[in-house]
Write a protein that binds this ligand. Structure first.
Ligand SMILES: Cc1cc2nc3c(=O)[nH]c(=O)nc-3n(C[C@H](O)[C@H](O)[C@H](O)COP(=O)(O)OP(=O)(O)OC[C@H]3O[C@@H](n4cnc5c(N)ncnc54)[C@H](O)[C@@H]3O)c2cc1C
Length: 392
């Protein structure tokens, strides 16, 4: 028997689905929120090391990747970081800015999930978890969803099942299958905010596993000034994770190991410390093991005083534009988000509704909008969820 008492069914009780359901519910819509996991908001709970980096005060559309860079503008303008901060404040959740506009809970991400569930309860949202969505059908103006052994129907359906990053947490490509079922296009999904792997000549750098240093990392046209971390498989750390979203197979990642060094500093070091080796000079500004490895590769043995200025200038240039050729990423298993997803070409940027299927919406990470590291992805989840919640 199909239960037909709802105005909308939201599939996926993550960040975007919870927000969407709460907003629509509080507007008087009868909303059913379904999730196959036993618990709602699992990614919120593990986010930000358990403290949830819930927004970024520097949110601007330019800090999102999408085949259509304009798509996110409308939703981001109508639900801003200040709106989410006001909500968090109303619940008395203490927070702080960690760095670069990133806002974290002082205590636990659990407070954010509890807040969203409370907001959903205020809207009378019916939340059901822990059963598989077996199928979705559409006809006579109704979407019929089989959830476990129950069937539900409503005139509106919201796809909020996220992307396939971290599959061991129940993440899936379900949103894409559903979108395709309704004739929507999907921009090839790829792991983003993900460590890069090194092979070939770069493999030597894997010996530096555990070494971190502030750099400027560049991929495509994007450049990020944050820490890079060498790992046993390649490169990670915030600068690399950020660059990874812009990186494409076959392309290099360029690293400036000394973004703050004054031009000519190495020639200057030769004048002030002629007896020092290149490794020792680099060791003054970089972690020792990294300084050693870079000095070996720059192949200028002996004392600085014995080197031609021209060669030292050349070494300096290489240190500012060190080129790595990653052979891949650590994949969806380690990716914080998925880039690509349901094509924005088929969606209204005002409401998130499909242009070709009345009543079908898509929100959050399932959509081809991907934020930078640092609270931008949750801000998109809140903003897109809010846009759909207002339209339902
Ligand atoms: C380790 C980690 C840390 C992160 N930290 C941050 C951070 O600090 N700040 C930030 O901005 N972003 C962070 N992110 C990214 C952020 O978690 C996501 O961008 C965000 O959760 C996306 O929200 P969403 O609602 O679209 O998807 P999700 O939150 O992934 O929710 C999707 C929901 O759909 C459900 N679902 C999936 N498939 C099905 C199915 N077939 N049937 C039924 N239900 C289904 C899932 O169980 C889940 O509850 C982090 C991600 C990870 C993996």
């Amino acid at each position: 028997m199909t239960t037909n008492d709802y105005d909308a069914i939201v599939l996926g009780a993550g960040a975007a689905g919870l927000m969407c359901a709460a907003v629509a519910g509080q507007r008087g819509r009868r909303v059913l929120l379904l999730d196959h996991a036993e618990q709602v908001g699992k990614k919120i709970l593990i986010s930000g090391g358990g403290r949830c980096n819930f927004t970024n005060i520097h949110t601007v559309p330019e800090r999102y990747l999408s085949a259509n860079p304009h798509f996110a503008k409308s939703a981001l303008a109508r639900y801003t970081p200040a709106d989410f901060i006001a909500l968090v404040d109303a619940y008395g959740i203490a927070w702080h800015e960690k760095t670069l506009g990133q806002l974290f809970c002082d205590r636990s991400a659990k407070a954010v999930v509890a807040m969203l569930l409370d907001e959903a309860a205020k809207g009378g949202v019916d939340v059901r978890c822990g059963a598989p969505v077996r199928g979705v059908e559409h006809g006579d103006g109704l979407f019929r969803v089989t959830f476990g052994d129950r069937a539900f129907a409503a005139p509106n359906l919201v796809i909020a099942t996220g992307g396939p990053s971290i599959p061991k947490m129940g993440a899936s490509g379900f949103a894409y299958d559903l979108a395709r079922q309704f004739g929507l296009k999907v921009v090839e999904p790829r792991p983003a905010l993900v460590p890069l792997t090194l092979g070939g000549e770069d493999v030597l750098f894997r010996e530096l596993s555990g070494v971190a240093t502030p750099v400027e990392a560049r991929a495509g046209k994007a450049a990020f000034r944050e820490a890079a971390l060498f790992t046993h498989r390649g490169l990670s750390g915030p600068a690399i994770l950020q660059a990874s979203s812009y990186w494409r197979h076959g392309e290099p990642v360029t690293i400036d190991f000394l973004p703050d060094a004054a031009p000519g500093w190495l020639v200057e070091a030769k004048r002030s410390r002629p007896r020092a080796t290149l490794a020792a000079a680099l060791g003054g500004v970089l972690p020792d093991r990294l300084a050693q490895t870079l000095a070996e590769r720059l192949a200028l043995p002996g004392e600085l005083g014995a080197q031609a200025d021209r060669k030292l200038a050349g070494a300096e240039t290489r240190l500012k534009r060190w080129t790595f050729h990653p052979n891949g990423t650590e994949g969806f298993a380690k990716a914080e988000v998925t880039a690509g997803g349901i094509s924005t070409a088929g969606l209204s940027s005002q409401t998130m509704m499909a242009k070709s299927v009345a009543g079908l919406y898509a929100v959050g990470e399932a959509v081809d909008v991907t934020g930078w590291l640092g609270g931008y992805n949750f801000q998109w989840a809140w903003a897109s969820g809010y846009a759909a919640g207002r339209a339902l």
